[in-house]
Design a binder for this molecule. Structure first.
Ligand code: PLP
Length: 382
């Protein structure tokens, strides 16, 4: 039986069209796009076509897009690069539920003397708006906020939170790694300066990230060297990955609405059935707006790792937000920030779907998971 891949927030399967479009750039189209000869210029043309497609996906201008290696790089570049342009301001505001790419950058900046504020969330993972308002002082250089949480799928009201920041004259970065390519992101309608995203989350290749930088916004580069990407990201371009990202972006633009409807239906079906079949299950973030492909379900009193191992033996690949540290499972910082108690947080499983998933796969999980959980309960997995 084919494995069932429900771990699409970790990464997605590249589209066949993406792989095919990339192939020539590993083979005959290997020139450096910075070379002035025709061969180089033809590759440069392919990179610029990809930039147009990526820009169109988020309603930006091609000049406002730079290519990086990953969402992580875009995030690091923005946070460090934006703060470096405003040396007089020493405060960074973010939330308690960000991805490690933001969290670790913020922690390091705190060690370097910046004041970092992590605004808390409510029980459904929504930012505390009052605390957000209060956190924005005259000394605040930048706020960094995610669009959708990678663990729970909870979506932030980015436009509204950015408007509050804008009113205080604070620059805004959005980590939209889990939303660009999956839901409509329209940067022309957001009062933000920076948006990070990543191709491998929307059926593009790994090793291709993007960063939207609003016109006339200044940023200090992290990597120094050649003058690629408007001198903001030195280094010969990953041409194949960039071309692949362009194709994935074009495909997402064309199919996003239908995909959201179909995949959202599958996710809802999965949740309804599991909640009906399993007595001790709760959906994390259920009261908030969530991205359509993600479901984070806690199975009370069970250990996520044990569930994931047994699921994996059945060829069902899901994930958890927990990180293994010194032999003991630490509950996810996201669930912790939402105030979810340990007996629920330890048993949280993330199912993240994509356009490649089917009704049959959902049915198969619904058929097998309750029995597996009942066996674990009997064994007293915790
Ligand atoms: N931000 C969020 C919300 C993510 O989910 C991820 C990846 O899981 C990242 C940032 C990092 O992206 P990348 O894997 O492209 O470095």
């Amino acid at each position: 039986m084919e494995p069932i891949y429900f771990d699409n927030n970790a990464t997605t399967r590249p589209l066949v069209e993406v792989v095919e479009a990339m192939r020539p750039f590993f083979e005959e189209a290997y020139a450096n796009p910075s070379s002035v000869h025709q061969f180089g210029q033809s590759v440069k043309h392919a990179v610029e076509c990809a930039r147009e497609k990526v820009a169109a996906l988020i309603h930006a201008k091609p000049r406002e897009i730079i290519f990086t290696s990953s969402g992580t790089e875009s995030i690091n570049l923005t946070i460090r690069g934006a703060l470096a342009m405003m040396p007089a301001k020493r405060r960074l505001v973010t939330t308690a539920v960000e991805h490690a790419a933001v969290m670790k950058t913020a922690e390091t900046l705190a060690c370097e003397g910046y004041e970092v504020v992590y605004v808390g969330v409510d029980g459904d993972g929504r930012v505390d708006e009052e605390a957000w308002q209060e956190a924005l002082t005259d000394d605040t250089a930048l706020v960094s906020i995610q669009h959708a949480n990678n663990e729970t799928g909870v979506m932030m009201d980015v436009k509204h939170l950015a408007e509050i920041a804008q009113a205080r004259g604070v620059a805004v970065h959005v980590d939209a790694v889990q939303t660009v390519g999956k839901v409509e992101v329209d940067v022309s309608n957001w009062p933000v300066q920076f948006v990070s995203f990543s191709a491998h989350k929307f059926h593009g290749p790994k090793g291709a990230g993007g960063l939207y930088i609003r016109r006339r916004t200044r940023l200090k580069p992290l990597l120094l060297g050649g003058s690629q990407e408007h001198e903001l990201r030195a280094g010969t371009e990953n041409t194949a990955a960039i071309v692949g990202m362009g194709v994935a972006a074009e495909h997402s633009s064309a199919t996003m609405v239908q995909t959201a409807e179909r995949v959202g239906g599958l996710r809802d079906q999965l949740e309804r059935a599991l909640i009906a079949e399993v007595s001790n299950a709760t959906i994390n973030g259920i009261g908030a707006q969530r991205i359509y492909n993600t479901s984070n379900i806690s199975f009370e009193g069970l250990e996520a790792e044990a569930i994931l191992i047994l699921l994996s033996e059945l060829g069902i690949y899901a994930s958890s937000g927990a990180a293994c540290s010194s032999g003991s499972l630490q509950p996810s910082h996201v669930l912790e920030a939402m105030g979810i108690t340990e007996k629920y947080a330890h048993g949280a499983i993330r199912f993240s779907l994509s356009r490649f998933n089917t009704e049959g796969e959902v049915a198969s999980v619904v058929e097998r998971l309750p029995g597996l959980l009942a066996r674990l309960s009997k064994l007293g997995s915790r």
